[in-house]
Design a protein around this ligand. Structure first.
Ligand SMILES: [Zn+2]
Length: 340
């Protein structure tokens, strides 16, 4: 039986996992917490880790988690207005929503499968940006973020440990192992993330693209071709006592001005502040500063996982037509989102 929590906290589950999962779990059911940084752990290690119940504590947005201050950490949680929260009405079993409906706790006692919850707001035509903070250790078969259509059954994997988001054509997901998944096709996309990581998701329904951010650094476009769909934010987890919190959820209209800013962000090196590089009339500069500084601010370059002789993630274009663009930037502060 695969275990997705502290071994001492597991209770018997009603359904046996698949043979492969059983074999995986036989490798080890050790529950060793680690504090490895992004560069200390490659994707193979991460894949091994998820079957070893290794709790990933590296890659936090702040230092609180290293100092044992994870309970009191509020870093990055500056927003006070949220356009959507987790939907208590459609959530799967083993999901518990709290803290103003923004934090979801999965498998509060023990885990017997995969739990999932989706956001309250249907995402249709605008630009959407939200951030999920990993508030507990990240481990187990999978913990994922992404988007789904209304046709996904959030309870379908309740007795199964799996990478639920992206299993079929109704969802698009990113795993904590750094693999993205759609139609059960998994591809290396980013480095892993762990407790304290802030995962940003930018859904651009004008261009039909889905991009992710880790700790407010752009990771590039993960999926294209999402035009015309009605999507919902979704997260899933197989790990006992795991939690994820929405710390930002906002939207704004797509305008020519916004698209110009996107292009500027793309052509100007990431480490530079666009507003300082471009010479603009003071009034207009102030306007942009007050409205889209979150898009134009400097973003530290994304450092890809260190190559240790492993298969590298595909560059630029993949089988499903999605593209890699490590230099693409996106929203990181929605407070001034007043383009409407
Ligand atoms: Zn903190």
């Amino acid at each position: 039986m695969e275990r997705d929590g502290d071994p001492e906290e597991q209770a018997s589950c009603s359904k046996s996992p698949s043979l492969s999962e059983s074999l995986d779990s036989q490798e080890s059911d050790k529950d060793a917490s680690t504090d490895q940084s992004e560069d200390e752990m490659d994707s193979t290690s991460a894949n091994t880790a998820r079957h070893m119940n290794v709790k990933l504590k590296g890659d936090a947005y702040c230092e609180c988690y290293k100092k044992g201050l994870d309970k009191s950490c509020k870093c990055g949680e500056d927003d006070t207005y949220f356009e959507w929260r987790w939907d208590d009405g459609t959530k799967s079993a083993a999901s518990f929503v709290k803290d103003d409906m923004r934090e979801v706790m999965f498998h509060i006692d023990y885990s017997c499968g995969t739990a999932a919850v989706r956001g309250t707001l249907p995402l249709k035509n605008e630009q959407y940006y939200w951030e999920i903070k990993m508030t507990t250790p990240v481990y187990g078969t999978d913990m994922m973020v992404g988007v789904c259509t209304e046709h996904i059954d959030l309870n379908k994997c309740r007795h199964m440990f799996c990478s639920m988001i992206g299993q079929d054509s109704e969802s698009w997901g990113l795993s904590y192992t750094g693999m993205r998944q759609h139609r059960s096709i998994k591809e290396q996309y980013s480095s892993k993330f762990g407790q304290g990581s802030i995962i940003g998701i930018h859904l651009d329904m004008w261009h039909g693209t889905l991009s992710f951010y880790k700790n407010r650094r752009p990771l590039g476009v993960a999926y294209t071709g999402l035009h015309g769909k009605i999507l919902y934010p979704i997260v899933s987890s197989t790990a006992a006592r795991s939690g994820m919190k929405v710390i930002r959820s906002c939207s704004f209209q797509t305008s020519l001005q916004f698209m110009c800013c996107q292009v500027l962000r793309k052509v100007i090196p990431n480490h530079l502040d666009v507003l300082k590089v471009i010479n603009l009339p003071p009034g207009f500069k102030n306007f942009l500063e007050n409205n889209v500084s979150w898009l134009l601010q400097p973003c530290p370059p994304h450092i890809p996982p260190r190559d240790k002789g492993l298969k590298r993630k595909p560059k630029k274009r993949t089988n499903d037509g999605s593209v890699q663009a490590d230099d693409m930037a996106g929203p990181s502060n929605c407070k001034q989102m007043l383009l409407k």
